[in-house]
Design a protein around this ligand. Structure first.
Ligand SMILES: Nc1ncnc2c1ncn2[C@@H]1O[C@H](COP(=O)(O)OP(=O)(O)OP(=O)(O)O)[C@@H](O)[C@H]1O
Ligand SMILES: [Mg+2]
Length: 261
């Protein structure tokens, strides 16, 4: 379990996350949602161990601040919101960064992990392409593959592993959005934990087990999508009217802007 307990984060003299508490459970996909600037990335950076915070974060029962960077790298992989490689690495070299950060030492096993990760993100055969010359969505999928190379197993040494994904589907076409969300959900189904920052409320309703909704750095609701996504709460958080209904056959939540938006 990841326990975020009363964390506050101040950047450039401004408190951007305030007294935030929530829990993310292994076996579940936890989505963090909220408007631009509401503190989602800042919270993810704190959980990733990249940002100082007041309060406490426990990672599988351990105080996050007591864990070494190697221990962190073996228990969670991070997909950042924006990644610039700054050097024309080959796709294969980007994947090797994930392998080196993770726990795969055997060369054959590493080859298998890289091939499997590329296939999972629909980039089979891209090994020798220059990563910076891939399209935006292809690059995003490559970084997802790197994450999978770092943490290929959902559980290890009796502890759940974690994927911390900041907007994993933001630049993807609809088929690849579904593929990546399924991949995240399957990781959770195998006993791992996933925290994903999301903007698409319908995809969130479809895939998330638990939703943490932020507004201006504060918690504005947490629970199952159906409990969090009420018209009232969404209007209060996003400042626009949305209509929430259920698909008659599947029971899936549908969140749409009213026609006269
Ligand atoms: N390094 C920084 N220094 C100062 N302020 C920052 C810094 N990083 C983020 N902020 C501010 O903190 C607030 C929260 O930013 P954050 O990146 O967490 O938002 P977000 O919820 O991820 O938004 P988005 O949906 O646009 O990605 C914003 O007001 C942002 O301007
Ligand atoms: Mg962000």
């Amino acid at each position: 379990m990841i326990e975020v307990e009363n964390i506050s984060i101040t950047l450039s003299g401004r408190e951007v996350v305030s007294n935030l508490s929530f829990q993310a459970r292994p076996g579940q996909l936890t989505a963090i949602i909220g408007p631009n600037g509401s503190g989602k990335t800042t919270t993810m950076k704190a959980i990733s161990g990249e940002r100082k915070f007041g309060g406490a974060i426990r990672f599988n029962g351990r105080d996050l601040t007591s864990m070494s960077s190697k221990q962190l790298a073996l228990s969670r992989a991070v997909l950042a919101q924006s990644i610039s490689l700054g050097f024309p690495f080959l796709v294969r070299e980007v994947l090797e960064m994930g392998i080196v950060a993770g726990d795969t030492h055997d060369a054959e096993q590493a080859e298998r992990a890289m091939a499997k990760a590329l296939e999972a993100v629909d980039l089979k055969g891209f090994e020798t392409r220059v990563a910076t010359r891939l399209s935006g969505g292809e690059q995003a999928r490559l970084h997802m593959a790197r994450v999978l190379c770092q943490i290929p197993e959902a559980v290890g040494r009796d502890q759940p592993h974690w994927l911390l994904l900041d907007e994993p589907v933001a630049s993807l076409d609809i088929r690849h959005q579904l593929a990546i969300m399924r991949l995240a959900r399957d990781f959770a189904a195998r006993g791992g934990g996933v925290i994903a920052v999301m903007h698409d409320l319908n995809l969130t309703a479809m895939f998330a087990d638990h939703v943490v909704m932020l507004k201006a750095g504060r918690l504005h609701g947490a629970g199952a999508p159906a409990d969090v996504f009420t018209e009232q709460a969404l209007e209060a958080v996003y400042g626009c009217r949305l209509s929430v209904s259920r698909e008659p056959e599947s029971g899936l939540l549908r969140i749409v802007t009213p026609l006269a938006a």
